[in-house]
Ligand binder design. Structure first.
Ligand code: MN
Length: 455
């Protein structure tokens, strides 16, 4: 039996990080309101969501602490843990019998699922925790990614795709005039969701890295109605196809940036079958101003960012993509042990080349804690001259989800990128940047004697 969502829930429960709400709750806004209020606290299992026989799980991945806990590490060790996983892939294995196929519904009715409506102006209920699995029509190589799905009918979903790997699978199928088979797995171990957020090259299977994060292969099973393999331990699987050349209005939807994406003509999925566990749990990921979507993304993107910077500046020590202000996408703090002047710029270029949405990078020395905003601000104030140390690169490709890009003309969507070099300039007399404080030996002595002072 592989590691699955239930094993992750057991870990959270054992650490007091899972709560159950048995009072009836409305799937329109109330579920989201509760999850916003407890954000960063426990995950919540709602057992009585009006109009649905299924329980709803929320808040599973809205803090680094909870993600680290279910991966078997700590928040501080997440980066080395995920970087190690990138270096040690484990391929999935195929199994014959799967919990996710205990029940097979060949005439699906999505209205029975407790799909919540999250933000005030959302165009309706959105499925947000779905892991989308597809195969490259040219060579069969799998891709795993997450996309928003608007509920449009009993067997109909809208989908919005950035110009990513799934989109290229769709284009390859559409060129042949064929629908693209896509399975949506709901309720999987968070390692699979983190793996889907790694920035891997095209034609590299994210699930081999999910295996690396789990320390064991992900078990897969063949879908019943489409030629796609899905995680055998999933709670629900929606067996779908993206229709070729069909577009319908989709949106608005409160996205990761905490802003609404407008109504656009977008792609449509037909759901051919729904399979699920007999006692399946529906899983929701919060979007809009919640930090859940940014945290999940940042934990997956930071190891790729670290490796990209390391290729340019081997002495990189740490990277951090802040989630509340930067939404896990727009900015990063990078610490390096500077050996040569100009390395902070190289670190910035490497970071921008690796990630489309990233638009400013603060580079600090390795004595600065990248997670401590006071230390980062202090470095900017004491080690940076704006006329020499701020570098702006104009007209660089971004994604339409950047509000400073061009939402209505994605192909023209560019932004400016900024590097702030907050490392000590070489040539500055070292003593001008030494921090003035009580001697360390005296701090130790005071700590040891603390009780004596009666404070
Ligand atoms: Mn991919």
């Amino acid at each position: 039996m592989g590691k699955d969502l239930r094993q992750a829930l057991k870990v959270l429960e054992d650490h007091g990080r899972l709560k159950t709400v048995s009072a009836p709750v409305d799937r329109v806004f109330e579920v989201a309101g509760i999850l916003r209020r407890v954000e960063g606290g426990p995950a919540v299992l709602f057992t009585d969501v009006t109009g649905s026989p299924y329980p709803l799980l929320g808040g599973l991945t809205d803090s680094r602490e909870k993600i680290a806990l279910v991966l078997g590490t700590s928040a501080r060790d997440l980066l080395p843990f995920t970087v190690r996983a990138l270096q040690n892939p484990i391929s999935p294995v195929l199994v014959e019998r799967a919990p996710c196929q205990e029940i097979v519904e060949s005439e699906p009715d999505l209205s029975t699922l407790p799909i919540p409506t999250l933000s005030e102006r959302d165009g309706g209920p959105y499925l947000t925790g779905g892991l989308h699995l597809s195969h490259n029509p040219e060579n069969g190589i799998r891709n795993a990614s997450m996309h928003r799905n608007q509920l449009k009918g009993r067997d109909r979903l809208g989908i919005w795709m950035a110009p990513t790997h799934l989109f290229h699978h769709y284009l390859a199928a559409a060129r042949r005039g064929r629908p693209l088979p896509v399975a949506i797995a709901i309720g999987v171990h968070p390692a699979l969701l983190v793996a889907s957020q790694l920035r891997l090259p095209f034609d590299v299977d994210e699930l081999t890295y999910a295996g690396a994060l789990l320390g064991e292969p992900v078990e897969m099973v063949r879908c019943r109605t489409i030629p796609v393999e899905v995680p055998a331990q999933a709670e629900f699987v929606l067996e779908c196809e993206i229709l070729p050349e069909v577009k319908e209005p989709e949106g608005p939807f409160g996205e990761f940036a905490g802003l609404y994406g407008a109504v656009r003509d977008s792609w449509v999925m037909r759901v051919k079958a729904v399979t699920h566990r007999a006692d399946a749990i529906y899983h929701n990921v919060m979007c809009g101003m919640s930090v859940e979507n940014p945290v999940l993304g940042a934990v997956g993107r930071e190891p790729s960012l670290y490796q990209a910077v390391k290729a340019a500046v081997p002495t990189v020590r740490d990277v951090h993509m802040p989630v509340a202000g930067g939404r896990g996408n727009f900015d990063a703090v990078v610490s390096i042990k500077k050996v040569m002047e100009g390395e902070p710029q190289k670190a910035g270029f490497a970071a921008f080349a690796a990630q489309d949405l990233l638009k400013f990078v603060v580079v600090v020395d390795d004595d600065v804690d990248v997670y401590n905003f006071n230390e980062v601000e202090y470095a900017i104030c004491t080690r940076m001259r704006a006329d020499q140390d701020i570098h702006v690169i104009r007209g660089v490709k971004t994604v339409a989800l950047d509000p400073m890009g061009d939402e209505y003309a994605p192909a023209r969507s560019t932004v400016a990128k900024m590097i702030i070099d907050a490392t000590r300039p070489f040539g500055q007399k070292p003593e001008t940047l030494d921090q003035a404080d009580v001697p360390a030996s005296v701090k130790d002595m005071v700590s040891k004697k603390w009780k004596v002072y009666g404070l």
